[in-house]
Ligand binder design. Structure first.
Ligand SMILES: [Mg+2]
Length: 367
């Protein structure tokens, strides 16, 4: 067996780009008019690995400072070694949130780099259990008019062939039964999901769940209550109408948080986000926990980044085709996936993630 000669990273770069949304956007607990993408590039052995995350641009300094110093001491082929060293390095600065997102972007860049050094698409390096990944359209912001909501949801069904779509609720709960009914009319018999981003308490969530189920056939209620409230999630899950699944997990910043959510019996479907939960390495560990608990996994946002890892995740149900991220990935990355029949597929003719930053297009958004 060939012995790795040691491929030391020689440079780590990080740049932040802030891209305005196409319209004002809000969910049940937050409103925004821009999204910041932090791109990491790592050079080694004549190749460059690319990773990214969606968070505050302030992590660029952490990545090119403390964390780059660690990355440059590790063999680029041993990504989990780098991952463990990076996690140790952020212990006392706060291992979740910004630091976890910084490690996530580095980890993704290292996997992309390794696959490029081996001349393989990342899905083949990881080993596939599927060759395509079902997506669900996601947006339906609470700032949208009925007409905007209808047009967006219909696009995912008619143009992209999505079997499911998801909309935000919880900003003005009294209006939500009407908004959800509008969405039902737009998508016909396709699956209809709602996401409250933790806006409700358990009692209010159960009242809405009953209305959404009876009037509009909603089958997925995401973060009906805060994900910090595992008992509340479990309570909603236990009393939700038959056929309605409870999902959460997008704010898990490490595999231990995924494990606690699964152990609490808080969700029917576990979500995980590689751009937060420590990269491809962290996402695969979340996937292993889901398999161990017999629970399906749904990948949260950043579809171009998740595509290859989703091909390797045994209990993956679907991947979130999130409006903001789809728009940014298609604007700024050559090789960003395009849906066909409600699914996306890795381009096996391209090594790594198959993505290349369009530098000139990105430059105008440089933060
Ligand atoms: Mg969500």
């Amino acid at each position: 067996m060939a012995q790795s000669q040691g491929v030391r990273p020689t440079a780590v770069r990080a740049h932040a780009y802030t891209i305005p949304t196409d319209r004002p956007e809000a969910d049940g607990t937050f409103a925004w008019d821009a999204t910041t993408l932090v791109v990491v590039e790592i050079d080694a052995g004549g190749a460059t690995g690319l990773g990214y995350t969606y968070t505050h641009g302030c992590i660029a300094g952490l990545i090119t400072g403390t964390l780059a110093g660690i990355v440059q001491t590790v063999d680029a082929m041993d990504v989990p070694t780098a991952w463990a060293a990076l996690r140790r390095a952020v212990r006392n600065m706060g291992a979740e949130g910004l630091a976890a997102s910084a490690i996530a972007a580095i980890d993704v860049a290292l996997w992309d780099l390794k696959a490029k050094l081996l001349g393989l698409p990342l899905a083949l390096l990881l080993g596939r259990v599927r060759d395509h990944v079902p997506i669900y359209g996601s947006g339906g912001f609470t700032t949208y008019s009925d007409a905007e909501l209808r047009a967006q949801l219909d696009g995912w069904v008619a143009r992209d062939g999505c079997a499911w779509v998801k909309m935000k609720i919880g900003t003005h709960p009294a209006q939500d039964p009407h908004r959800v009914a509008v969405a039902r009319e737009a998508v016909g018999t396709r699956g209809l999901f709602v996401d409250a981003n933790g806006a409700c308490d358990a009692s209010a969530a159960l009242r809405l769940a009953e209305i959404f189920s009876r009037e509009s056939g909603v089958t997925w209620f995401e973060e009906p209550v805060s994900s910090d409230d595992l008992a509340g999630l479990r309570r909603v899950r236990a009393r939700a109408p038959a056929g309605m699944e409870i999902a959460a997990g997008e704010y898990a910043y490490r595999p231990g948080s995924v494990r606690r959510m699964l152990e609490a019996g808080a969700v029917d479907v576990q979500q995980a986000d590689a751009t937060r939960c420590l990269g491809i390495t962290g996402f695969l560990r979340a996937a292993a926990l889901c398999e161990a608990h017999g629970t399906d996994l749904s990948a949260h946002c950043a579809p171009a980044l998740h595509l290859h890892a989703c091909c390797a995740a045994p209990r993956l149900r679907h991947l979130e085709w999130f409006h903001d991220h789809v728009r940014i990935e298609q604007m700024l990355f050559d090789g960003a996936p395009v849906p066909r029949d409600g699914a996306i597929r890795p381009d096996l003719s391209r090594p790594g993630l198959g993505l290349a930053l369009r530098r000139q297009d990105a430059e105008r958004y440089r933060a």
